[in-house]
Design a protein around this ligand. Structure first.
Ligand SMILES: [Zn+2]
Length: 276
């Protein structure tokens, strides 16, 4: 048992509404108290599934959870906020096919949830016992056994505004609300044009994404190296699918939802850790 992984419980339903970035439709998410020890569940239109790696149905442009009949896209920023509070017992009810994109960061979720939380007991982390690696020649995620939890993210884009970026986040020692939560979704200008042409990212706008142009960013950065901080936020959100905090050192290089979720799946399938 690790006293420094303190859980939180939500005391009343918290409703958050807004546009879905992929569909452009108005969506509403309500986070409600769950059963202590019952885990996190998601519900849409009468269908319900556990918020675990087994419910991942797509990872192409965002993390999508669901079952054979219903699905909910863009869950990662909300899940990152829940992970930051060690809030693992709750019900997430969704109207519409997505979690609202809001400003493209996790900060609105943190701010909406925080006043409605009370401290719970310690939560047992998943303690990694053997190294686990996923990736290919350009993207990798390596998780190593460690006494603490530490996420290191790096990326390199041959782009005048990006280049090499890195961030380290230690969930037990640093403030998610200060270090990662404000970092917005980013997209390269060429990527935005391609998405528009394909009819994708219909809800995408300069209010919910940081567009990277060769001459500069579409709006002032909230934090230095904001793009890589957002990637680390996404990683924390995808690691929530373990159902508990991860005690390991994670090194991610230009990865994404596919590799983040593959890492979680591999850790669980190979049983390379134990519940601390
Ligand atoms: Zn994201």
């Amino acid at each position: 048992m690790h006293a420094n992984w303190l859980s939180h419980q939500i005391t009343r339903p918290v409703e958050i509404g807004g546009i879905g970035v992929h569909s452009g439709e108005h969506c509403v998410v309500t986070v409600k108290p769950g059963i202590p020890g019952g885990g996190c569940w998601m519900e849409r239109a009468g269908e319900r599934w556990p918020v675990t790696i087994d419910s991942v149905v797509d990872v192409e442009r965002c993390t999508v959870l669901g079952n054979a009949r219903q699905r909910v896209a863009t869950v990662e920023h909300l899940l990152a906020a829940l992970a930051s509070f060690n809030l693992y017992d709750c019900e997430i009810e969704v109207q519409g096919g997505e979690i609202p994109i809001l400003d493209g960061s996790a900060l609105p979720f943190v701010e909406a949830l925080r006043p409605n939380l009370v401290a719970g007991g310690p939560v047992c982390p998943y303690v990694l016992e053997q190294p686990v690696w996923v990736g290919n020649e350009s993207s990798q995620v390596l998780a190593l056994p460690s006494d603490t939890s530490r996420l290191h993210y790096s990326l390199y884009y041959p782009h005048p505004q990006l280049g090499y970026q890195e961030v380290t986040f230690a969930p037990q020692q640093q403030s998610f609300a200060d270090e990662l939560a404000p970092a917005r979704t980013f997209a390269l200008e060429q990527e935005v044009e391609w998405l528009r042409a394909k009819g994708l990212a219909r809800g995408g706008s300069l209010d919910n994404a940081l567009v990277v142009r060769s001459e500069g960013f579409s709006s002032p950065l909230r934090l230095p190296m904001e793009p890589v901080r957002h990637k680390c936020l996404d990683l924390l959100g995808d690691l929530y699918l373990l159902g508990r905090p991860l005690q390991a050192q994670v090194l991610a290089v230009k990865a994404g939802h596919r590799w983040h979720t593959d890492l979680v799946r591999k850790m669980q399938q190979e049983v390379v850790g134990h519940v601390g």
